[in-house]
Design a protein around this ligand. Structure first.
Ligand code: FNR
Length: 343
């Protein structure tokens, strides 16, 4: 039962494994190839030590933040993930509804079960959502979708740039001959000129998602993007890609100006409030949750809402235990990363 048996995000994954058809569970759970990056995403957080300060007043807490200037109750959000309908027939509507009730950001995938318009309609009045998009080779499709995204009220685009043209090889999922998340039709000739061309197709702010090197981070900054989204796609694309912890450290080492000039979001393997704290301390403004929301959705909106509240509780309590009363005070002085070998 959701309220008596489910106490953290890992419980939700176990429940989803028991409930879902094996091919659907595999399609959510899978990483690429050896799943080294998938595993590293989960394990990297155990290598970071958190500094907890006593002698601080944590009776008045602030965890609310802004993302691209929009107000949210928490600095974590529901990341874009395809085919929510495999967990529940309410599909992305439950994710939009739960995010809206909790006051957090949700950015649905362009490969969603429900239409752009249906997801928008499932939100609360005034709820701010972003939308993920790919650079499709089919320009007519692209222009049409961008128009519908804007017309439906979405406020920004997460433009996924890590699997443009070619997708990861997800063996675990392919065994079921049902790798439903393998989108076809991306433009493989995606270069800086295509990126510039894409920017002319919409007036919405664009946030490149899937940044994995400090060089690409700096390029995005130089091109004037308002934000970047550091991600290895949950280990589903390039196996061997570094974790977001490592990439954030690398950007800090080689292009620290990125953090002064743009917002940086990050995701990958975030399952505990403390994982989010680590990414925020390393410079992320907000942190995405991918699989946990998909798994929680086996119960529909109540499951996703419980996922959010359990995670928020871990996050809030751990901040208090660190002596941090305002989430914006988090910085590298709160983390010790000596166990991590720099890239
Ligand atoms: C994804 N992800 C993803 N990203 C994206 O930009 N467009 C998409 O359509 C999808 N689809 C998708 C499906 C499934 C089933 C998963 C698990 C993931 C990647 C997602 O946005 C995010 O980067 C990762 O899920 C983060 O890692 P965790 O939280 O799942 O470990």
């Amino acid at each position: 039962d959701l309220t008596t048996d489910i106490w953290d995000l890992n419980d939700m994954q176990i429940a989803a494994k028991n409930v879902l058809a094996p091919k659907y569970y595999a399609s959510y759970r899978t990483g690429a190839l050896n799943e080294f990056t998938y595993q590293a995403n989960l394990n990297i957080y155990s290598k970071v030590r958190l500094n907890g300060f006593s002698f601080r007043d944590v009776s008045n807490m602030n965890v609310a933040t802004t993302i691209l200037g929009y107000n949210f109750s928490q600095p974590f959000f529901i990341a874009p993930a395809a085919d929510a309908g495999h967990a529940n027939k309410s599909a992305e509507a439950s994710l939009a509804e739960a995010a809206g009730k909790a006051g957090i950001l949700y950015a649905p995938s362009i490969s969603s079960t429900l239409s752009i318009e249906k997801i928008a309609a499932a939100g609360q009045p005034g709820q701010v959502m972003f939308h993920q998009e790919y650079i499709w080779a089919n320009k007519t499709r692209l222009v049409d979708e961008l128009h519908r995204i804007k017309a439906s009220g979405f406020k920004a685009i997460f433009l996924t740039v890590d699997n443009t043209g070619i997708n990861g090889i997800r063996t675990r999922s392919m065994r079921f001959n049902d790798d439903t998340d393998t989108d076809t039709g991306h433009a493989a000739n995606f270069d800086l000129q295509s990126l510039a061309a894409f920017r002319n197709l919409t007036t919405l702010p664009i946030v490149p998602k899937g940044i994995k090197t400090w060089q690409d981070a700096r390029t995005c900054m130089e091109l004037g993007f308002p934000a970047i989204y550091v991600s290895n796609h949950g280990g589903r694309v390039l196996d061997g890609a570094p974790t977001s912890v490592e990439v954030l450290m690398d950007i800090r080492q080689n292009a620290p100006e990125v953090f002064d000039n743009m917002e940086v979001y990050a995701d990958g393997g975030v399952r505990r409030g403390t994982d989010a704290i680590i990414l925020l301390a390393l410079g992320a403004r907000a942190v995405g949750l991918g699989r946990p929301a998909m798994f929680a959705n086996i119960w529909g909106e109540p499951g996703v809402s419980r996922m959010i509240s359990l995670f928020a509780q871990e996050f809030y309590t751990s901040l208090q235990l660190m002596g941090v009363s305002d989430v914006h005070a988090l910085n590298t002085s709160y983390v010790n990363t000596n166990q991590i070998v720099p890239l």
